[in-house]
Every structure is written in structure tokens, then in C-alpha cells.
Ligand binder design. Sequence first.
Ligand SMILES: [Zn+2]
Length: 229
Amino acid sequence: MASSKQPFEIRVIFSKRKTIELRFADTNTLIIKAPKHTSKERIAEVLQLKKAWIEKARRHVVERLPNPQLKEGENILFLGKWHQIKLDKTLNKGFDLSQPGFIRLNPTLAQKGNHVLISVYRQTSRQLVEEYCHHYARKWQLDIGTIRITSAKTRWGSCSQKNNLNFSWRLAMTPKITIEYVVAHECAHLVHRNHSKAFWQFLKQMMPHYEEGRQWLRKNGHKLPLLDD
Ligand SMILES: [Zn+2]
């Protein structure tokens, strides 16, 4: 793993825009998008002002786990635990999770790459998210609209004005308690559309141990492999 202390390259891209934006393209390249004619001094000043943010963003990209390969013996994060891939020609259906600690995959399917894994995550997320949504809706008489599973990278869940709830399939990489927390969090927004004290109090009533699920995301959310094709 690269160290977040190593120097990195800074690349400035000037274009027709109004604000300066910073983003790590990879672990060693910080991209600065700046309006045309921004002075060197101004860029140096922004780098100084954003020092803490840059350090944190760098640490986050360095700590991100690489995308797994779907091959025999590879370890895959599933519901917060590492599972080993076992290729199995005798499998009729695509994958099988019945053996604890293993994801069994048909080798033909495994060759198709990451979208196979994404569909496993998608199905798993859908099943658990719906289960928790129905549980909380029944218990607290909540009116939930459509439940969607998305590929959002940084938002684990969201709640629309029309009470539709969206959840990222990436949640299937996190422990069940984290999935439950994200569901309870979005369900609580059906009652409180903000992060007020009343919102957090209601969430605690709904799920007294929510903090455990939330902390896992805080500590590990940025490390999960991106898995984009
Ligand atoms: Zn929220």
C-alpha cells in the first residue's frame, strides 16, 4: 500500500469555470480545476487553506481497497466479512452463498468480471434493505414510496420529497447492522426531513444501537473497493 506521506503530483487544469475544485485522480495525482487566469499565488493560497482537507482526501484514496478479481481463492468483502471465492463448475445457478465464509461461483460466470459481483451485491442489498424497510414501516406506520437500489458511490442512502428511498448496492459490502442503520436513517427522514436533534432522537427510538452501524461506515466506508467497470 502506498503511504499517504509520500509526495504527490499536482496538476492544474484551467477552464471556463467560476470556482476552484480539488480532487485526487489517483493516489499520486491531485487535480486542481481552476478558472482561466487564476494566479499561481491564488492556487498556492488555496493549497494552504485546504491543507487539512487535502491530507484527509489523500489518506482516503490511499486506503481504498483495490477491485477484487473473480478468481479462485480471492477474498471478497460481503456483509462486512471477507469471503473466499470458490469456483465450482457443478453450480447450476450463478452463485451460491450457502457455505459460510465462501462465495461459490460458476467459472463461466466469474470470467464476466465485476458486474457479476455487482449483481450479487445488488440482490443482497435489495433483499436486506426491503426487509428492514418493511420492518420499520410496519412498526412506525411510515409511508414508504418506491425503494430503489442505485450505484451511488458516496451516498449510502437518500430519501426524496415523495418518500421514495434510494440505497446503494455498495451496502452489501458492509455489515448487516450498517445496512439496518442506513435504512433506519432514511426511514427517520420520512418523519424529520433534516438532521435536527429531534431526528437523531427519533432514530435512536427506532434503532437504539444505530451508533454501531454508523461508526463502521465512518471508519471503513471510504475503504470499500469502487468496482466501477
Ligand atoms: Zn440523513
